[in-house]
Design a protein around this ligand. Structure first.
Ligand SMILES: [Zn+2]
Length: 116
């Protein structure tokens, strides 16, 4: 096999920036930004499910509990690579309390009025 098979000649006027025709957009970066409350609520709902602390584990109740808990807290967006860099242990503990309050509130609401 020849080493020269896929080498195409470049114009001497072409710069490195010209070589990438598609500019970076926010849609290319969406995986790097996330709502920390959403991440933490999903983790806790899963934890409660595994520990059998949810009032019901049917599809409707899982979705309702998660939606109610997500709506209970304001969004907390951050860039994923910076996520845990600036959070103190105290702030992390406070967030855990807020997330637990949201999930417990959701569990109570769904327990009283399930849609299944
Ligand atoms: Zn249910």
């Amino acid at each position: 096999m020849s080493e020269e098979t896929d080498v195409s000649p470049e114009s001497p006027l072409q710069t490195e920036a010209d070589a990438d025709p598609a500019p970076l957009t926010i849609y290319d970066l969406l995986d790097e930004i996330s709502n920390e409350n959403e991440t933490d609520i999903l983790k806790l709902v899963y934890e409660y499910q595994v520990e059998e602390k949810l009032p019901c584990q049917c599809r409707e109740c899982l979705l309702d509990i998660t939606a109610v808990a997500l709506n209970y807290l304001p969004p907390q967006y951050s860039v994923s690579i910076h996520r845990d860099l600036y959070i103190t242990p105290e702030a992390k503990a406070a967030r855990r309390v807020e997330v637990e309050a949201a999930v417990l509130h959701a569990c109570e609401k769904v327990k009283i009025r399930p849609h299944h």
